[in-house]
Ligand binder design. Structure first.
Ligand code: NAD
Length: 479
C-alpha cells in the first residue's frame, strides 16, 4: 500500500473494503484529491470487530503483564516519534492546518501513548481491612473491545486520546477516523503492526459515519464506545450504544466563553484570545468563540485584538511563516460562511474577516459585534475562525453571559486579581477553565464537558474508570 491509498488495517494487514468501495481524500489547501481511502461498510466493520474480539478473548494482549504492555505501547510511541514528520505532513495535507501546529499535535499524540502506558503500569488499587474477619481489595481489568470514533480537526491527536488509554489498559480497539481525514490514523494502524502488536489490538476502519461508524456502535460485541464529534452525532451514538448497554464517553461540541476583566494583563489576554479563537482556523471544540470584555477596557482591547487578528500570516500551511490557513473542507467552508453571511440580517457587525472570496476555502479571522443573544452565530457552534464579542459591566454579568449556553466544555478568564480568578473559575459552568492561558493540558486531570458538550470525563483515573471493569475481591482471613 502507498500513501495514495489508505486501506483498513484489520488483523495485522492493510486491506481494501470487501466490496472494493473507496472515497476521495482531499487536500483542502490545493483543493485536490491526493489519495483514495477504503469505504468501510457493515461487512468491513463486522470483520474489524470480530478481529478485535478474538484478540481480546483469545490473544495475548489483555494477558500481558502491566510492564510488558507498557513497554509495547512505548515502542509504538517511539515509532510515531521517529515518523513525526510524515504524520504531521499527512495531517497538514489532509486537513490544512499549519505544519508547525500539526507537528505540535503529533508530539502531543506521542505523549498520550507514553502517559497512558505509564499510568497503567504504575496504577494502584484500593484495599480495605474489614471488621468481619475479611479484607477486600479492588482489581482493574480490561473491559474488552473498544470502538473509538474521532473527528477531523485534530486527526491523529483526537484518535490517540482514545486509542492510547484503551489499549494501555489491555483492551483491543477498532478506531474509525473521520472520513475527511483518514490518512494519519491509517498510518498509526500500520505502525502498530510494525511495533509488533498482536493482530486486532488496533484495527483501523475507514469510512463514513454511516455505515462504518454506525455499524461499530450498534455491534453488541463492542464493550465501550468512545466518541469525539458533534453534539448531534453524539446523541445518535449514545442511542445506538444503549441498544447493547455499552457505556459511552462523549466529547462533543463547544461554544467557549472567554472573559477579559478590566484588571487583565492586556498583552497576555490579547495573545491568548487570538490563539483561543484562531488556532487551527477556529476548528477547535475548545475555541473561545464568545468573547466578553469589560466595558472599561473594551475599546483598547478591541483595537489590539482586531489588529492582532489582522496581522496573522495567512497562507500555504506548509510555509513556516503561516499561522492561519484554510478550512478543512468545502462542506465546512460553506457551513462557516453561511453563519457569517447571516450576521448582517441579525443586526450584527462584521468588524473584520469573512470569506476570502478568492476561490480558496479560507475564512479570514473574523470578529463580530452587536449580535443579539438569539442569533444563530451567537449561540450555535460555528467551529470556525469566528469570534462574537460582547461587553459587560460587572463580574455577575460576565458570569451570567458566559454561562448562558447549552454547551459547557471550557471557558477562559483573564484577570490579575487572584481572588477574582478563583471565584469566577468556580462559578463558570464548564469542564475546563483556563486562567490567563489556553490549551494547556495535564493528562492527569479530567477532560470533558457539561450539557451539550459531552458525557463523562477522560484523562488519568477518569480514563482508567472508563476503560476498565473494577472488581471487588473479598477475602476471608480469620480461618
Ligand atoms: P461529526 O459528529 O460529524 O463526526 C465525528 C465522527 O463521527 C466522524 O468519524 C464521523 O464519521 C462519525 N459519525 C458520524 N455519524 C455517525 C454515526 N451515526 N454513528 C457513528 N459515527 C458517526 O463531527 P466532526 O464534524 O467530525 O467534528 C467536529 C465536531 O467535533 C465539533 O462539534 C467539535 O466541537 C467536536 N469536537 C469535540 C472535541 C471534544 O473534545 N469535546 C474535540 C474535537 C472536536
Amino acid at each position: 500500500m502507498t500513501d495514495t491509498f489508505f486501506g483498513h488495517v484489520i488483523d495485522g494487514e492493510e486491506v481494501p473494503s470487501v466490496d472494493g468501495a473507496t472515497f476521495d481524500v482531499w487536500n483542502p489547501w490545493t483543493q485536490e484529491v491526493f489519495a483514495q481511502a477504503a469505504e468501510g461498510g457493515p461487512e468491513d466493520a463486522a470483520r474489524a470487530v470480530a478481529s478485535s474480539r478474538k484478540a481480546f478473548d483469545e490473544g495475548p494482549w489483555p494477558r500481558l503483564g502491566r510492564v510488558e504492555r507498557a513497554a509495547a505501547v512505548h515502542r509504538l510511541a517511539d515509532l510515531m516519534e521517529a515518523r513525526s514528520d510524515e504524520l504531521a505532513t499527512l495531517d497538514t495535507t489532509n486537513m490544512g492546518k499549519p505544519f508547525a501546529q500539526a507537528k505540535h499535535d503529533v508530539g502531543r499524540s506521542v505523549q498520550n501513548f507514553r502517559f497512558f502506558a505509564d499510568h497503567q503500569r504504575d496504577h494502584t488499587g484500593e484495599t480495605y481491612p474489614m471488621d468481619s474477619g475479611h479484607h477486600t481489595y479492588s482489581e482493574y481489568g480490561p473491559v474488552g473491545v473498544v470502538a473509538a470514533i474521532s473527528p477531523w480537526n485534530f486527526p491523529l491527536m483526537m484518535a490517540s486520546w482514545k486509542v492510547a488509554p484503551a489499549i494501555a489498559w489491555g483492551n483491543t480497539c477498532v478506531v474509525k477516523p473521520s472520513e475527511d481525514t483518514p490518512a494519519s490514523v491509517t498510518v498509526l494502524g500500520r505502525l502498530a503492526v510494525e511495533a509488533g502488536f498482536p493482530p486486532g489490538v488496533i484495527n483501523v476502519l475507514n469510512g463514513h459515519g454511516t455505515p462504518a461508524g454506525s455499524s461499530l456502535t450498534a455491534d453488541d460485541r463492542v464493550d465501550r464506545v468512545t466518541f469525539t464529534g458533534s453534539s448531534a452525532t453524539g446523541k445518535v451514538v449514545m442511542a445506538s450504544a444503549a441498544g447493547h448497554l455499552a457505556p459511552v464517553s462523549l466529547e462533543l461540541g463547544g461554544k467557549g466563553a472567554n472573559v477579559v476583566f478590566e484588571d487583565a494583563d492586556l498583552d497576555n489576554a490579547v495573545r491568548w484570545t487570538v490563539e483561543a479563537i484562531f488556532r487551527n482556523s477556529g476548528q477547535v471544540c475548545l475555541a473561545g468563540s464568545r468573547l466578553f470584555v469589560a466595558s472599561a477596557i473594551y475599546d483598547e482591547f478591541m483595537e489590539r485584538f482586531v489588529a492582532a487578528a489582522e496581522a496573522l500570516t495567512v497562507g500555504d500551511p506548509f510555509d513556516p511563516a503561516t499561522k492561519f490557513a484554510s478550512l478543512a473542507s468545502k462542506r465546512h467552508f460553506d457551513k462557516v460562511t453561511s453563519y457569517v453571511d447571516g450576521v448582517g440580517a441579525d443586526g450584527g457587525t462584521v468588524v473584520t474577516g469573512g470569506a476570502a472570496d478568492d476561490g480558496t476555502w479560507l475564512v479570514r479571522p473574523t470578529i463580530i459585534t452587536d449580535l443579539p443573544r438569539t442569533a444563530p452565530a451567537y449561540c450555535e457552534e460555528i467551529f470556525g475562525p469566528v469570534c462574537v464579542v460582547n461587553r459587560f459591566d460587572s463580574e455577575d454579568e460576565a458570569v451570567g453571559l458566559a454561562n448562558d449556553t447549552r454547551y459547557g466544555l471550557n471557558a477562559m478568564l483573564f484577570t490579575e486579581n487572584l481572588s477574582r480568578a478563583h471565584r469566577v473559575a468556580s462559578r463558570l459552568r464548564a469542564g475546563t477553565v483556563w486562567v490567563n492561558c489556553f490549551f494547556i493540558r495535564d493528562l492527569r486531570t479530567p477532560f470533558g464537558g457539561v450539557g451539550d458538550s459531552g458525557v463523562g470525563r477522560e484523562g488519568g483515573n477518569f480514563s482508567k474508570e472508563f476503560f476498565t471493569e473494577p472488581k471487588a475481591v473479598v477475602m476471608q482471613i480469620n480461618r
